[in-house]
Ligand binder design. Structure first.
Ligand SMILES: [Zn+2]
Length: 161
């Protein structure tokens, strides 16, 4: 089984770590669009099946949907989390090949999925494990060690210059 953290590092390496305009954060939307070839859609009041979702990955539509009612930092984590589903299920890079796979599962990701960690033993189903792995992937995609060090250096090295 692929290690989510390693997959996140590989993804960053392969896509060249695109940054937001401020240079201080990873541009996850660009990774989704340019690297995974998955569309990112911002949708208000996202609840396709009656429960409010943070985000959703729909392989059939080749799209990630993000609930845009949430704050931006939340939306960024959601996009990273959904990229995790894309890559953990279908491998890094172009997601087009997923159309050949049977059993295309839509991931509907809720607030409650978010709190799950590797140590939570209340849920052992495959689905829960997939959510945990997507969260691990997202955390590493958004905060690679190199970027954290670089921003810290900028903050502390140039502030008084
Ligand atoms: Zn999820």
């Amino acid at each position: 089984m692929v290690d989510p953290e390693r997959l996140a590092s590989e993804t960053l390496l392969r896509c060249g770590q695109p940054r937001l305009a401020n240079g201080r954060a990873i541009d996850v939307e660009r990774i989704a669009r340019d690297f995974c070839k998955v569309e990112v859609m911002y949708i208000s009041d996202l609840n396709p099946s009656g429960k409010s979702l943070l985000g959703l990955y729909a392989p059939m539509m080749n799209a990630i949907m993000v609930n845009c009612d949430n704050i931006q930092v939340r939306q960024r984590f959601t996009i990273a989390h959904e990229i995790g589903h894309v890559q953990l299920e279908h491998g890094p890079g172009n997601a087009q090949s997923m159309f050949e796979l049977p059993d295309l599962e839509t991931f509907e990701c809720t607030e409650e999925d978010d709190g799950f960690s590797g140590t939570d033993d209340r849920f052992t189903g495959l689905r829960r494990r997939a959510e945990i792995r997507a969260n691990q992937f997202a955390a590493h995609l958004l905060m690679p060690a190199g970027l954290v060090r670089e921003v810290w250096r900028q903050e502390n090295g140039t502030r008084n210059a």
